[in-house]
Design a protein. Structure first.
Lengths: 216, 251
């Protein structure tokens, strides 16, 4: 039983990992077909992972409504929004528009989801600005550098900023395309080295936390 | 132009929801919570419908029924194993699904990450310091505005090496190493500042988009939803604020 519960999953990880790593170095139509098939399989399995997440959220809010906890009416709003969208979406086969005409699902997307999402992210601008005002004091040389870079980029992204500080446009482009690019590249190299190391650890069974806890 | 009932109703709902969320700038209130929970519900419903359409119908049902691709039942079976997590005695079966996903992911990542994110990035960083002039001899491009110039190439090389060195803790950052690490910190701070500025401006752009919609929906052809709903939102906030001051919540 320990083989089925512990060793077989590790074996599956090792075999699939080695096969998919080797696939990259085999320039053959069969190898390409394998990649296409496995990618499609991953998408299908990922869909089931979504079921796990959704049912968890479902349980949390269902319990809130059942126990009439504080704010249970908001959970009801969540349910109504979700079920309403699902019904309308399935009714229209998941299509937002047909022949250029907006379906009722497209209507929900355009007049509910887009404004909600846009405004939710937009109000973050105020909180970022407020947090910056409180924490961005140039207490050290490094903080001052960060502050100056942020101001230049902000000024350089809008016509008014360029009007007030004529050099800010070019300076902003240089900061983003050269200085920022070099840091992103260094971080990317570091993260990639870590990812490769972790992948090897997973394939060879050193890293096993993805299997979850439990005695067996 | 005569607007349809659907467009007018949409304008009223979009305006209301926008204002309800913006009301959070005053304080946390029931209107914001209502819009917030509706956002979670609608986006979840949208994701479910899209997943149903792109995964269940497009990747599973249609290929099986129309092309007879019965081999697709294998990933369906593996995916179903994930759901055994809800049955404590059979929960260990879900390990097979996770083992498959993680194994494939790790296997795919190794060669592709090395090729695209390590070797390609190093190749783009280590460039010739001088160029060859058309008539012979060498040239050096000083232009700061051209990211591919030789001067910028040197700056990028210094940036990449110093930032990588800053994160390299196997040697002590002292002497010349300290200077390199300090340069790395400087590059990092500039990058963080740039990322911050860029994020703020992206959010501002979203805010301008929402305000543009509010201005458009203040038109008489929509029934001036912006005007009426601003009044309604403000009135509701005043009533809620007064009720909170006369009936403070129980500690």
């Amino acid at each position: 039983m320990i083989f089925l519960r512990r060793q077989l999953p590790l074996l599956i990880t090792m075999i699939t990992g080695l096969v998919m790593a080797a696939q990259y170095y085999v320039p053959h139509p069969a190898s390409e077909q394998l990649l296409t098939t496995v990618t499609k399989w991953l998408q299908i399995i990922g869909g089931f992972a979504l079921v796990l997440g959704i049912t968890s959220l479902f349980h949390v809010h269902a319990a809130k409504i059942r126990r009439k906890e504080a704010g249970w009416a908001y959970s009801l709003v969540l349910y109504v929004g979700m079920l309403g969208t699902i019904i309308v979406g399935l009714w229209n086969n998941g299509k937002e528009s047909i022949d250029g005409a907006l379906t009722s699902f497209g209507w929900v997307y355009s007049y509910t989801l887009v404004p909600l999402q846009g405004t939710m992210f937009a109000i973050l601008a105020f909180f970022i600005a407020s947090a910056a005002y409180r924490s961005f004091r140039a207490r050290s040389r490094e903080a001052a550098v960060l502050l100056v870079a942020a101001v230049i980029v902000m000024m350089g992204r809008v016509p008014l900023g360029e009007y007030i500080l004529p050099l800010s446009g070019d300076l902003s482009s240089w900061i983003l395309n050269v200085l920022n690019a070099s840091v992103r590249r260094a971080i990317l190299i570091g993260v990639s080295l870590g990812a490769v190391a972790l992948s090897f650890k997973i394939i060879f069974g050193v890293e096993r936390s993805y299997l979850g806890g439990g005695k067996e | 132009m005569e607007l349809s009932f659907g467009v007018i109703l949409g304008a009223w709902i979009a305006t209301g929801l926008t204002l309800f969320i913006l009301s959070f700038l005053y304080e946390d209130n029931p209107l914001f919570k209502l819009a917030e929970h509706l956002y979670v519900g609608v986006s979840l419903g949208y994701t479910i419908v899209k997943t149903y359409d792109t995964v269940i119908m497009t990747l599973i049902v249609r290929p099986i029924l129309e092309k007879g691709e019965w081999s697709l039942l294998i990933p369906v079976g593996i995916g179903m194993l994930m759901l055994t997590r809800y049955v404590p005695k059979a929960a260990w079966l879900s390990r097979y699904a996770f083992a498959f996903i993680v194994g494939v992911g790790a296997g795919l990542a190794i060669p592709r990450t090395i090729s695209s994110f390590i070797l390609k990035q190093i190749e783009d960083t280590v460039r010739p310091l001088l160029g060859i002039a058309p008539g012979g001899g060498v040239t050096f491009d000083y232009s700061l505005l051209n990211p591919a110039s030789h001067l910028n190439g040197i700056i990028i090389l210094i940036g990449v090496v110093s930032v990588l060195f800053y994160f390299f803790f196997s040697v002590e950052h002292s002497g010349p190493g300290k200077a390199v690490a300090r340069a790395g910190i400087l590059f990092l701070m500039i990058s963080f500042g740039a990322a911050f500025g860029y994020t703020v401006m992206a959010r501002m752009s979203l805010l301008i988009g929402r305000l543009t919609d509010l201005i458009e929906f203040s038109d008489a052809s929509y029934g001036r939803p912006t005007l009426w709903l601003v009044l309604l939102t403000v009135a509701t906030l005043i009533v809620l604020s007064r009720r909170a001051s006369t009936h403070p919540p129980n500690q």
